[in-house]
Design a protein around this ligand. Sequence first.
Ligand SMILES: *Cc1c(COP(=O)(O)O)cnc(C)c1O
Length: 464
Amino acid sequence: MTKITNHLPTAELQRLDAAHHMHPFTANGELAAKGARVITSGKGVWLTDSEGHRILDGMAGLWCVNIGYGRKELAEAAARQIEELPYYNTFFQTTHVPAIALAAKIAEVAPGALNHVFFASSGSEANDTNIRMVRRYWEIKGKPTKITFIGRKNGYHGSTMGGGTLGGMSGIHAHGGKIGGIEHINQPDWWSEGGDMTPEAFGLARAQELEAKILELGAENVGAFIGEAIQGAGGVIVPPATYWPEIQRICKKYDILLIVDEVITGFGRTGNWFGSQTFDIKPDIITIAKGLSSGYQPIGGSVVSDEVAEVMGGSGDFNHGYTYSGHPVACAVALENIRIMQEEKVVEHVRDVAHPYLAERWSKLIEHPLVGETKLVGLMGSIALTPDKEKRAPFQAKKGTVGYRCRERCFANDLIMRHVDDRMVISPPLVITPEEIDEFMRRAIRSLDECYTGLKADGLLVAG
Ligand SMILES: *Cc1c(COP(=O)(O)O)cnc(C)c1O
């Protein structure tokens, strides 16, 4: 067999990909016929594909490459660690410097009493840890019936059985089913579901569904509520300002642990180190992954409060862990990523430079005939595409048709924006400069214009 390298023709790479590689969240048969885009390298906010296109990555990979592509320091940190100690476990009363240093560093940057880290290799795994840890926590506290979790419809917490069930995506539940003991309330998506209410009243009402659900189940049966600070995969749904304070109040009142899934909103994405700070939430546990290593290594974790750690540590073994919990190479790379973020003041760059610069331009998209709502918190944004802004109407065409067409135009213009149904979402590398934001906006507007023209020509600008 010929060696498979970047130098093979694209068609050959695509043929081999189709023959042997099953892509996640993909209709693989359809993709095989079309051929996947082959990405070959990255530098800063730019990707290069096998055809030599330079693509502006408005999604930071999958919401994760926060410091941008091609940072040599991270490659060197990985190489050094592989030479010194490529692997050792953290079970059986052993530890190693990368895990110690990273846990201490996370405790330093995480807010409040969140000072203890249980490592995993992904966000999904970390949320599975949360399920088992919360149930064990309540058992130790003499409340073994507090096993039920409450999440939100259209929330995303990963795609293992645990993470997939905590999330509220019906498409995920449909493939493989759900595990027990997890309930869902409605999401705080005012644009699609707010009807005639003000965003403030709607945010309060959706938070109060938590109270109703707790009363229905009995507080003695509920262990934790979990939510993303801002729903990412669900379409960058920014909750109204009234939402989180009410959720916090309800969790406190009924003695329910609050888990904020910060897999996307952690590590600078919202203009603070954590989304919990942006929304002034005091969680008992946060889930981290993605930006923790800027995606350079697979690593995630559960960061828990002093109180939770103390209870967990005071009652024998917790029978849970992964071979790669605290993997030394992943920890060394994450540590180097955080060092760069601190020394280069990446969070300050988001807050003081990139966010204000992009916000001014992104919000102007409201003048575009296709755009009904624009949202941007830090460098996490979305626009709602609509045929009728006044009525906040969906399209008559099947949900996602228009979003998909818009994404295709972005691809054609060498820009990566993702669509979630008929919302376009962005999450560029945090190091994006004003000049790059200008280029991003030029391509985004061109793509929206082309999408609009195409919809008009095909008679699709019709409300449903
Ligand atoms: C991506 C994501 C996860 C899952 O992380 P994986 O590393 O893909 O398992 C969990 N929660 C949120 C909010 C995410 O965005």
